[in-house]
Design a protein around this ligand. Structure first.
Ligand SMILES: [Zn+2]
Length: 160
């Protein structure tokens, strides 16, 4: 068995482990947000907005980090995701085979940009990315029907 294959598998399972940890942290934060919000509901004199927002911020950052890790896993498998339509392409593709969008090959992700989980003070880097990550997480992608050009045949003139 080729050694680099083992290394790839090892890298992927490490990334997957990091993703799982981040996901469980996200669940913890959502749980805490629920409790904080309820505390605020029960006692109108209590303002938990700051604590709630801090956790929302952390969750946004975690989604970005998870997206980065998913990109790294894809790279290990020789794939990359189209930023426009989300289709997985071969790393060597210059254009998305599905939607034709050009790949920006300067988007190489440095290995050391992962922020610590408690980076609640840092502003979210890219809200669009977060939205995409959330969408991927909840899997509510709406797909348009692929075949819109089917010709409608009329029955006119056939009847005698
Ligand atoms: Zn595409």
């Amino acid at each position: 068995m080729p050694i680099f294959q083992d290394q790839k598998g090892k890298n992927i399972s490490n990334f997957q482990k990091m993703i799982d940890e981040k996901k469980s942290t996200i669940r913890k934060y959502f749980d805490e947000i629920g409790h904080l919000y309820y505390g605020q509901y029960k006692d109108v004199n209590v303002d938990m907005t700051k604590d709630i927002n801090a956790r929302c911020e952390s969750i946004s950052n975690l989604y970005i980090e998870i997206e980065d890790l998913n990109t790294k896993i894809l790279r290990e498998r020789g794939l990359k995701k189209c930023a426009v339509c989300g289709t997985e392409n071969n790393l060597s593709n210059a254009f998305c085979f599905k939607c034709g969008a050009r790949f920006d090959d300067s988007d190489a992700v440095p290995a050391d940009v992962i922020a610590p989980p408690n980076a609640s003070a840092t502003p979210s880097r890219d809200t669009k990315l977060v939205a995409a990550a959330i969408e991927a997480e909840t899997e509510i992608q709406t797909e348009e029907p692929a075949d819109n050009n089917a010709q409608v045949e009329t029955e006119e003139g056939k009847e005698e």
